[in-house]
Design a protein around this ligand. Structure first.
Ligand code: HAM
Length: 422
């Protein structure tokens, strides 16, 4: 009896060879884009102290309440969590290594994040984010530049079905006062609230505004608006941000209900959404978090940033983008038959690779026909045939496999020239 097959974890995907070329192309494009804006890469561990996320994302958020992969390290009883996002880890690392001592920091990261959500198209339990954090910058120029740079990325990738939503959620103090106003308002309509909202009423009433329940839509629309009671700093900040976006020709809508699902934000918040992805329509989200560095034990440092979901971005790219996969198929597949031909094949392959040509050498004992079949299956552009005759003449037959002209006889140096010119 055979062993039972083991399967991957639900909501955690394998990235298979047929897709990894597009991932690699996107990663390359992202790196290039980020260096052009002066951002430096930071890589932090996937596992952190659970307290880091509880203190930064907030105790009464979906992520902390029900989506974190937390576990006890059996060996020393530490409480650990697979990172659900990158901002907290980035700030922790910046404080721990005193990076702000050298002035403001522009950082980025790319990697897997983990949230125990109900998997569906565009929503996974292991997903990837590319995140950008600007630490040590107070002004709305930074918020504007972050938005301008994402806009630029969409252009580079050929994405047009993307919309920007912005909002200002004010300072912590304003939100505190507004919170009391909201509790008052929603309490007056207590009987209409659903279970989730009732639970949130006294813990995190702002999140009720974010509810997707259609029965609450009208109630939410009529609720007092934070934008109407903004503190002066946030109001000026928001006005200037809008001016900068207008002058950069970036259109946006102001969405007063946009509050984001993480507690560390203040003033600016924004999201890029698309109509092409169905329910999971947010491809990028971010905002300002001026208190987080201090909250995690650093010196008071204003900051803002965003993160985009790579899986969602890739679906969008496949729908309408212009990014092409990094080529991985062999340019040449070497077929060899006869005494001394394998040795020659290995040598020629290495020489071609000196010129960055992608080469596969047939491996095994098969005859000519079988080797040709393999060459074809490999998606190689050409088969290079090395028999005993070719060995003694130094002329090799190069056979096009994808209808690119006639077979030709070439010496090794002609071969190199041939591929270099391609
Ligand atoms: P977030 O909105 O929670 O923000 O996530 C950012 C993006 O990650 C989302 O817009 C979405 O594209 C993607 N994403 C989130 N959850 C999933 C999932 N389960 N499956 C697939 N994609 C997902 C943050 O994480 C903040 N740290 C962003 C930030 C950086 N704010 C300031 N700096």
């Amino acid at each position: 009896m055979g062993q039972q097959k083991l399967q991957g974890i639900r909501g955690m995907n394998d990235i298979l060879p047929q897709n990894s070329g597009l991932w690699a192309a996107l990663e390359k494009e992202l790196r290039q884009w980020l260096v052009e804006y002066g951002y430096l890469e930071i890589r932090t561990p996937i596992v952190e102290d659970t307290a880091l996320f509880v203190r930064s994302i907030g105790e009464v958020t979906d992520i902390v309440e029900k989506e974190m992969y937390s576990f006890e390290d059996r060996l020393n009883h530490d409480s650990l969590t697979l990172r659900p996002e990158g901002t907290a880890s980035c700030v922790r690392s910046v404080i721990e290594h005193n990076l702000l001592y050298n002035g403001a920091q522009k950082l980025w990261y790319l990697g897997p994040m983990f949230r125990h959500e109900r998997p569906q198209k565009g929503r996974y339990r292991q997903f990837h984010q590319c995140g950008v954090e600007a630490l040590g910058f107070t002004g709305p120029d930074t918020d504007a530049e972050l938005i301008i740079m994402t806009h630029r990325l969409w252009q580079r990738l050929g994405l047009t079905h993307v919309n920007l939503e912005i909002n200002s959620i004010g300072s912590l103090e304003t939100r505190h006062a507004y919170r009391a106003q909201l509790i008052d308002y929603f309490s007056q309509h207590h009987e209409v609230l659903d279970e989730d909202s009732k639970r949130r009423l006294h813990t995190n009433p702002l999140r009720i505004l974010d509810s997707k329940n259609p029965d609450l839509l009208e109630l939410i629309q009529e609720a007092p608006k934070l934008l109407d009671v903004l503190d002066e700093y946030s109001r000026n900040h928001f006005t200037r941000l809008r001016e900068l976006l207008d002058s950069a020709g970036i259109s946006y809508i102001i969405n007063p209900r946009l509050v984001r699902g993480l507690d560390y934000y203040n003033a600016t918040v924004f999201e890029w959404t698309t109509t092409l992805l169905g329910a999971q329509s947010t491809i990028c989200g971010g905002g300002r978090y001026d208190r987080l560095v201090e909250q995690l034990g650093g010196k008071p440092t204003p900051a803002c940033g965003f993160a985009m979901g790579i899986e969602r971005l890739l679906v969008l790219i496949e729908e309408e983008g212009n990014l092409v996969s990094i080529p991985t198929e062999p340019q040449v597949y070497i077929i060899h038959q006869g005494t001394g031909t394998l040795e020659a094949a290995f040598k020629i392959a290495e020489t071609l690779r000196d010129y960055q040509i992608r080469v596969l050498v047939y491996s095994g004992e098969g005859g000519f026909k079988n080797q040709m079949k393999r060459a074809d299956q490999s998606q190689a552009h050409f088969a290079l045939i090395i028999g005993e005759n070719e060995l003694s003449s130094g002329q090799f037959a190069l056979k096009p496999l994808r209808g690119q002209g006639a077979q030709q006889l070439l010496s090794q140096s002609q071969l190199i020239d041939f591929f270099n010119e391609k």
